[in-house]
Design a protein around this ligand. Structure first.
Ligand code: CA
Length: 228
């Protein structure tokens, strides 16, 4: 999934970004409240990791604006402010969880997993399509009982398609969900990942249908018909 980290301390930000990337997420990092506000308006994220003490626009203001726009994105606040009043205020403004610095990166990773699990599932921990089963927070996939060996990129591709199953996903949307700002994905790179994913989905009774010039649709194919 794609995560935005808004943190002005370079050392802390580096740790958070590394932990998130290790869990297979695409990560964008911003250093000020304004940058966070712009990034949140311009891109679709699955999670925001938000420091409260940000230069320019304070983290609480970023959160307030986000919720005022009606954005239900999961928000994990990480802050040095540890007073009860601070915590209550942030949770009341719509944060989903709260970590007080300093914290262990293992706890940070566990909290992000829990948040993404809640978000992905709304109660159901898995997604099913055809004979395909997906554990989004655990980043695992199976065809019947067979575990699929997917690279991080292939899983992200499958995830992006599965979250919009039956609906069209454009190439731009796929590239957005696969990449952070520091990476580039060429058209060719997307085609290669798609080719490999389709090959691995054989026997899953699902297919990735190409809608020429528009994008792709992940759908059930009752007869085991292959991708086109
Ligand atoms: Ca700070």
């Amino acid at each position: 999934m794609r995560v935005l980290v808004a943190e002005d301390d370079p050392a802390i930000a580096a740790g958070l970004c590394a932990a998130l990337r290790e869990s297979g997420h695409s990560v964008d990092r911003v250093e000020s409240g304004r940058q966070a506000d712009h990034a949140l308006s311009d891109h679709a994220y699955s999670l925001l990791v938000l420091d409260l003490g940000l230069p320019g626009l304070d983290g609480t203001e970023v959160l307030q604006r986000l919720r005022q726009r009606g954005d239900q994105l999961s928000v994990l606040v990480v802050t040095a402010r540890d007073g009860v009043a601070d915590r209550v205020r942030v949770l009341d403004l719509g944060a989903d969880d709260y970590l007080v610095k300093p914290f262990a990166l293992t706890e940070f990773s566990a909290r992000t997993r829990a948040l993404l699990r809640r978000r992905a599932s709304h109660g159901a921990p898995e997604m099913h399509l055809g004979h395909l089963r997906l554990d989004l927070p655990g980043r695992r996939a199976w065809v019947d009982a067979r575990s699929l060996e997917l690279t991080a990129r292939e899983f992200s591709l499958l995830e992006a398609l599965a979250l919009r199953q039956g609906k069209l996903t454009s190439r731009t949307q796929l590239v957005e969900s696969l990449c952070d700002w520091d990476q580039e994905l060429t058209d060719n790179g997307l085609d290669i990942a798609m080719h490999r994913l389709r090959r691995k989905l054989k026997g899953s009774h699902t297919r990735v249908r190409t809608v020429r010039g528009l994008g792709y649709v992940l759908e059930e194919s009752a007869d085991g018909q292959e991708s086109s």
